[in-house]
Write a new protein. Structure first.
Length: 519
């Protein structure tokens, strides 16, 4: 073998070894990875909040039609940061008082979409609308999408809002309770040392009126007839329909004829005594004429529903200075159904509608923009610290471009700016009264009069013939043809027993079907 041949063989062997090494390198396993648990944790960012898609919220309202400046007001409202955060555009639609029922019923019948809608016991009937499926049940939605409203309204008011065990609308906060009592012109009260603690019953008014009459015969009469003493609550009863009553705390809920009770007879006797003594007129005087006489200084004692701020209201109405006022019955919820806000069953965005309505219950800027319009154009501050506003200089309230004057329709009036300095503090007092008010004995029960229509019509005639003269103190209770016994017999003849039996039957069925309301 030559030297040249040996060199060639060595070169070939080296090439073979290199090729073998390369082959092994390409097939060698990768180094084992460390387990995931041993890796250092990576920094993570919280997920970005998902932007709410834009939606339009329509709100159907009663009133006098759309205010002239509504477009300007709602352009401003929809651009408020707290509204923009919800990505909603609020579009109110005002119908007029006279056609509201007709238009809302046509809207429901046609399946038109809407979101929020005003409903009440007297307009766009809440009970009927709930039964007919016009509104969404809100029991599950409210705690999630309007939690503050859910808390503010409170358990008792929610119970009063139920229809067949479900909540179909939100009560608009205003004066929710009945509290009949007495009012006395402050100058007269001061003259005779009368305070709120002086008079604790209607009978306590008698000696005061005797002194006033002796000292001020020019006033002629001190008090004018009114419903006050004959309101069921001042006698220890809750009314049920027009002709029944249940005694406070009677858990059997026995429906009785209030006219047949001893306390009713005592009230008739009291008013008759006042008439004979010259404290009350010996003729019927209607409410309008009595109010006109008060403006002239007559009738310095008044019987009416009491509420925070009523003294200032009366001072403005009668122009004779403030009035002293005090209720003579406990606060009982009675004004829940007169103003409510429902969510339409056709709403495509009920959650967002409730989120916006929550602002109407909790945000003063949103609420007052909706209720009162734009600062500087529709109202100005009189005392910003106390939240008192007035009209801009030279503004005419009759031609103002935005003045719906229906604050009680928009959520909670307790966010409303005061329009008179004497009202300051009234909202807090009223809210406290609402919270303290108790459930009436019949709860939210609503009587269906259909089975006894004829009897009810006859009873209305009897009331006018016998009841009104007796309540006005114009008839002797023992008069055999027109007194109390004659009244009771006329009621019997007209079918009072049948009416009360029907009320009891319906109430018992309602209580049995809604046990959770009466726990």
């Amino acid at each position: 073998m030559t030297r040249k041949t040996m060199i060639l063989l060595n070169v070939l062997m080296i090439l073979a070894l290199l090729m073998s090494a390369c082959a092994q390198a390409t097939t060698a396993p990768e180094p084992t990875k460390a387990p995931e648990a041993t890796k250092a944790p990576e920094a993570t960012k919280p997920p970005e909040p998902t932007a709410l898609p834009p939606v339009e919220i329509t709100w159907i309202l009663d009133g006098t039609g759309e205010p002239a400046d509504a477009a300007e007001v709602f352009k401003y409202l929809n651009n408020l940061p707290q509204v923009k955060a919800l990505n909603v555009t609020v579009k109110p639609i005002w119908y007029d008082w006279g056609s509201y029922d007709q238009k809302t019923q046509l809207m429901f019948a046609g399946g038109e979409t809407c979101d929020l809608i005003f409903t009440a016991s007297w307009a766009n009937n809440y009970i009927n609308g709930a039964i007919n499926g016009n509104y969404l049940a809100l029991d599950d939605l409210l705690p999630k999408y309007a939690p503050k409203t859910w808390e503010i309204v409170g358990d008792v008011a929610w119970k009063m809002s139920k229809v067949n065990g479900k909540i179909y609308a939100i009560p608009n906060q205003q004066l929710w309770y009945n509290a009949w009592g007495w009012q006395m012109r402050q100058d007269i009260a001061d003259e005779y040392g009368v305070t709120k603690d002086t008079i604790n019953s209607f009978e306590d008014l008698t000696p005061i009126m005797a002194k006033i009459l002796a000292d001020h015969p020019e006033l002629k009469y001190q008090i004018v007839q009114g419903a006050g003493p004959f309101v069921a609550g001042t006698m220890g009863y809750d009314p049920v329909s027009g002709y029944g009553a249940i005694k406070f705390e009677d858990t059997t809920r026995k429906v009785v004829n209030l006219v047949a009770t001893d306390v009713y007879k005592q009230r008739l006797q009291l008013w008759r005594e006042w008439v004979l003594a010259g404290y009350a007129p010996q003729e019927a005087i209607d409410y309008a004429n009595a109010d006109a006489a008060r403006k002239e200084g007559f009738f310095p004692i008044k019987l009416h529903v009491e509420k925070p701020g009523v003294s200032a209201e009366d001072a403005k109405i009668y122009g004779k200075g403030p009035w002293l006022a005090e209720p003579l019955e406990p606060p009982v919820l009675g004004y829940i159904l007169p103003t409510m806000t429902g969510v339409c069953a056709t709403s495509k965005n009920p959650e967002r509608a409730l989120m916006f309505f929550e602002l109407m219950y909790t945000d003063a800027e949103v609420y007052n923009t909706f209720a009162k319009g734009l600062e500087g154009k529709h109202w100005v501050w009189v005392d910003k610290e106390k939240k008192v506003i007035g009209l801009p200089e030279g503004a005419d309230p009759t031609t103002l471009g935005y003045a719906p004057n229906t604050d009680w329709m928009y959520g909670t009036v307790f966010l409303s700016y005061y329009q008179d300095a004497t009202q300051v503090g009234a909202w807090d007092e009223t809210a406290a009264g609402n919270k303290a008010a108790v459930l009436p004995m019949a709860g939210p029960f609503v009587f269906d009069p259909t089975p006894v229509q004829a009897e009810l019509a006859a009873l209305q005639t009897v009331d006018k013939q016998f009841g009104e003269p007796l309540q006005q103190g114009l008839i002797d209770l023992d008069d055999p043809t027109a007194g109390l016994e004659a009244y009771l017999q006329a009621q019997k003849d007209a079918g009072i027993d049948k009416v009360l039996a029907e009320v009891q039957k319906q109430l018992d069925a309602f209580v049995a079907a809604n046990p959770d309301i009466f726990k």
